[in-house]
Design a protein. Structure first.
Length: 55
């Protein structure tokens, strides 16, 4: 939640002031925001027992 707010804030301020550094930081933080739930989901899937033909 906090990362989403930080990403939006960087993006709005970066575009408002024309700061390429803030816009690029916002895109980097967006990658973190997307990557964390994907990693958590992959971790949960890796702890499931094998089923059927997928072992």
């Amino acid at each position: 939640m906090l990362n989403n707010l930080l990403t939006g804030l960087h993006l709005v301020i970066g575009l408002g002031f024309g700061s390429l550094a803030l816009v690029s930081d916002a895109l980097h933080t967006l990658g973190d925001v997307v990557g964390l739930p994907l990693g958590w989901r992959a971790d949960r899937l890796s702890h499931q027992p094998p089923r059927g033909r997928f072992t």
